[in-house]
Write a protein of this length. Structure first.
Length: 340
């Protein structure tokens, strides 16, 4: 209890705003606490456990303190294991891309697909991106992983084009990947290497990547647009993007997050968010993709409000490349022809 009192005082004292060269900075403080003798009897052990607890405090949202609990070590260890395994996975081809069709509502034709990464671990089986993308982001592995995903999707697009299928492939880009200064050069390099048609590649950038609008960021988006790539804003509605800024960006699509589609049309809040997104998009001349469409009632609601594109289990989940192509064949839907 005494340690907690001290921690609170330290947080209050250290988080007072400070003025540095005319800028007001508000530091946040994360404190980890290890107790002697329960958590260790020597300085090294105590510091190590306090450090682990500090990461716990950061994960819990920063500006707080956490006591060490033994289970934290297990979690830290698991995370390290996962990071090392992921490093190997990228080198040893354990990753693959699955493709989920996107359907144009007006004519029911498949107009494209979204590439979603999967990790087939030799012992643990299939691992979903929600489990390893955060680890990839924390460890910096996201850059290598992101390059691999984009290259793979570009190869698939070129392959499809040669077989006469003109499908747009959407690729998810992590905020961390996007913020790197060499991002556009990497993309241009991959496009050149794979011979993919940039007009049939769409980058899905999350709202969080655009949260702090700046000239550099704007220029980066312009350069990507200049390469001919389509840009979609993923998870729209979950962040706090500046709506005024949105109209100045070379973005062509908004993707309504599936958390706002799930309870359509019964839930008043989902209806409010989805309606607002659709009308904002209409006024700004943007297309809307609704993801997570699982039933006919959702589809009808979206259709009635002129949502252009839908994606979800109602049509198909993300499928391995071969199954996706077989699905296209079987459903008889010829992908809507897209030309340069
Ligand atoms: P996201 O980009 O918003 O992708 C949509 C997610 O919704 C996918 O989950 C997809 O399988 C799932 N989904 C699609 N339709 C339905 C539906 O009708 N019902 C339900 N319940 N779910 C549906 P997945 O594949 O697990 O991917 C999760 C997230 O991981 C993605 O969200 C994306 O943010 C991230 N991710 C996936 N692949 C990549 C990648 O290659 N790079 C990066 N940076 N992130 C990726
Ligand atoms: Mg996406
Ligand atoms: Mg999304």
């Amino acid at each position: 209890e005494d340690a907690a009192v001290v921690a609170r005082k330290m947080i209050a004292a250290l988080s007072a705003p400070v003025s540095v060269e005319g800028h007001e900075l508000s530091p946040t403080v994360s404190i980890g606490i290890a107790l002697c003798p329960a958590d260790g009897r020597d300085v090294d052990t105590l510091l190590k456990h306090a450090d682990t607890a500090m990461y716990g405090a950061k994960e819990a949202g920063r500006n707080g303190f956490q006591f060490f609990v033994a289970d934290m070590n297990v979690r830290a260890f698991e995370r390290l294991m996962l990071e090392n395994a992921l490093r190997r996975a990228i080198e040893q081809d354990e990753l693959s891309l699955h493709y989920q069709p996107q359907i144009r509502v007006a004519d029911g034709q498949v107009c494209g697909c979204e590439a979603l990464v999967r990790w087939q671990h030799p012992e643990m089986g299939m691992i979903m991106p929600a489990q390893f993308i955060p680890v990839a982001e924390d460890s910096g592995l996201i850059v290598a992983l992101g390059d691999w995903v984009l290259e793979q999707a570009c190869r698939q697009q070129a392959l499809c084009a040669r077989a006469g299928r003109l499908l747009t492939i959407a690729v998810n880009i992590s905020a961390l990947q996007f913020r790197r200064a060499d991002f556009v050069d990497r993309v241009a390099d991959i496009l050149a290497r794979t011979g993919a048609n940039p007009r049939l590649i769409e980058l899905e950038i999350t709202e969080s990547a655009l949260m702090q609008p700046s000239d550099a960021l704007h220029e980066r988006l312009q350069r990507l647009g200049g390469l001919g790539l389509g840009l979609a804003l993923d998870d729209f509605g979950t962040g706090y993007s500046s709506l005024a800024y949105l109209k100045r960006l070379p973005i062509s699509r908004l993707k309504i997050d599936r958390s706002f589609v799930r309870d359509l049309p019964g839930d008043a809040e989902d209806v409010a968010v989805a309606s607002a997104t659709l009308s904002l998009a209409r006024d700004l001349g943007l297309e809307v993709v609704a993801e997570g469409v699982e039933n006919a009632a959702q589809l009808e609601w979206l259709k009635a409000r002129d949502c252009q594109i839908v994606q979800g289990f109602l049509f198909a989940p993300a499928l391995p490349a071969a199954d996706f192509l077989a699905w296209l064949q079987a459903c008889g839907a010829q992908p809507a022809g897209t030309t340069d």
